[in-house]
Design a protein around this ligand. Structure first.
Ligand code: PLP
Length: 406
């Protein structure tokens, strides 16, 4: 389309306003950061250009319509692909939406998916809300992978892992599970929210698809929601086609915020790790604490696999209180904390605490003989202050005299 039109001052404002101020002339350098490109409509030079772009957008990354991504979301996709060691990445509005769209892209009625017992709880909800009504079979395997081979069926299309697992961070031998699943014709999808691409990289360990809640560490500031699905080349097309068909997209402003968070991801994780280890080691010596869950501790069942496959730990640490600790004491402990926000999600700069229900969260592993488990997210605050806060909260809950180690 010709962009020449009558710019004479006599042309009506109604006609001039929509066309002016679009291509400012200037000289100088370029911005450090990608621009936020907000778009629904994308315009083309000619019908031939538009036709060509539409013909190519199935395979190539083409800026052709806002819902199919903008230069801002493309920039974040590239960053995530590099983090994950992936062919390409698709962005979704939440981490849960990323999991759901990936399941929808690879599974069909009659297929079976073998799911880790350590999957975060909304994934379990998805089995009842989506898999069961749509005729997709599912069953669970122990979070350490020990019974995964026995759980495979003739129609198993996917093995779904989350490693380290939610709440108590179980490790599985992902390369071994991938080899086993691939030999039986199944793909492997991993929820990599814990690893964030810096601490754990499932695609480099043999997995086919890796999902992250960018809501957590990638964004890092508890102010934006986003999910990512990163794939090997062979698994790209079904995901891209299904996301396009369903009109799945993210806002460029949100993509820009996550990309801003990614710049400091490694530096923040290093600090979270140092602070979490400091608090975790202190918790191990506290009389009220029966067990501390963090894969970087030698006492953790998955510690050797963590050493082999991970590149560090993050701010997550869970603690188990003695059997017989009352709900009232747990509530009192949590409510007495001053520096820990009480809330779900994690990965921001701040410390958080949340109660868990391990008996509900696991169906393969029996948790009935354990005491209550509380999850902490250790933020960027000074660890000495966090330990002081935890100590006074134990004390307020009457949990400082318990002799858990005797
Ligand atoms: C938080 C979380 C998600 C989901 O992320 P949202 O953006 O909150 O939907 C998925 N997997 C794991 C392991 C999580 O912790």
């Amino acid at each position: 389309m010709s962009t020449d039109f009558d710019e004479s001052p006599h042309t009506a404002w109604q006609t001039r306003l929509p066309h002016m101020g679009k291509n400012p002339a200037y000289v100088g350098g370029s911005a450090m950061n990608p621009a936020i490109v907000r778009a629904s409509t994308v315009v083309f030079d000619s019908t031939a250009h538009q036709r060509e772009m539409r013909a190519r957008r199935g395979e190539e990354r083409i800026f052709s319509y806002g819902a199919r991504g903008t230069p801002t979301s493309f920039a974040l996709e590239d960053a995530v692909s590099e983090l994950e060691g992936a062919y390409r990445t698709r962005l979704l509005p939440t981490g849960l939406a990323a999991i759901a769209m990936a399941l929808l892209s690879y599974l069909k009625p009659g297929d079976h998916v073998l799911i880790t017992d350590s999957a975060y709880q909304p994934m379990r909800h998805l089995t009842e809300q989506f898999l069961r009504p749509y005729g997709i079979e599912f069953s669970f395997f122990a979070a350490d992978g020990s019974d995964a081979r026995a759980g495979m069926r003739a129609n198993t299309r996917m093995l779904y892992a989350e490693c380290p697992g939610s709440l108590v961070y179980e490790m599985c031998d992902l390369p071994a599970l991938c080899a086993m699943a691939h030999a039986q014709g199944a793909m492997v999808m991993v929820d990599n929210t814990w690893g964030s691409g810096v601490q754990y990289r499932p695609l480099t360990l043999g997995a086919d698809v890796s999902v992250m809640a960018a809501t957590k560490y990638l964004s890092g500031h508890s102010d934006v929601m986003m999910g990512t699905v990163a794939t090997r080349q062979e698994y790209w097309q079904p995901l891209a086609e299904r996301c396009d068909a369903f009109g799945m997209t993210v806002s460029p402003d949100d993509a820009w915020l996550v990309l801003r968070g990614v710049r400091s991801l490694a530096a923040r994780l290093k600090t979270h790790e140092q602070h979490a280890l400091d608090v975790a080691r202190w918790l191990e010596t506290h009389p009220a604490v029966v067990k501390v869950y963090c894969p970087a501790l030698p006492s953790h069942a998955g510690h050797d696999l963590w050493i082999r496959d991970c590149h560090g730990t993050n701010g997550l640490v869970s603690l188990e209180l003695p059997v017989g600790t009352s709900q009232q004491q747990v509530d009192r402990f949590i409510d007495s904390l001053a520096l820990f926000g009480l809330g779900a999600s994690w990965g921001g700069y701040e410390s958080l605490v949340t109660p868990t229900d391990m008996k509900q969260a696991r169906s393969v592993t029996d948790w009935s003989a354990h005491g209550p488990v509380v999850r902490l997210h250790i933020g960027l605050e000074e660890p000495e202050d966090l330990k002081r806060d935890l100590a006074q909260a134990f004390s307020h809950a009457g949990l400082d005299k318990v002799r858990a180690h005797e």
